[in-house]
Every structure is written in C-alpha cells, then in structure tokens.
Design a protein around this ligand. Sequence first.
Ligand SMILES: [Ca+2]
Length: 73
Amino acid sequence: MPMFGRWMASILAAAMMSGSALAASRGDPVKKFDTDNDGTLDHIEVRKAAMALFARLDPDHDGTLDMRELRGD
Ligand SMILES: [Ca+2]
C-alpha cells in the first residue's frame, strides 16, 4: 500500500476507534464503505472513506486535524 494510502488508512482506523467524531460511522464499517459490495474494503474504498471522514472532521478546512476536531468539539 502506498504511503498516502497507509496514512489515510491510519486516519480512518483512528477515527473509527474514536468517540463522538465518528458516531455516524458506527455499525459495520465494511458494509458502510464497501461501495462495490464485495464484502471487503480495498485501498480505493478505504481512501474514499478516509478522505470523506477527514473532510468531515476538519470543519475549519485548514487541512489538519487537531485534538479538538478529533474529539468532535
Ligand atoms: Ca469492496
């Protein structure tokens, strides 16, 4: 997996484990992000999910996430 993909996957994984910021992602993350319905998440699906999540977690759109944003404050 390319470095960018690993970074995005890490962001997604961290976000999936965090609390309030990811309330909307609870449930089955494979079903939620498996856009080709093959029962798995490939790097493209993970990247799309991570980018959407990053955008949602970055309300000031400065391209960075601070602890306040990760907590969903
Ligand atoms: Ca898939």
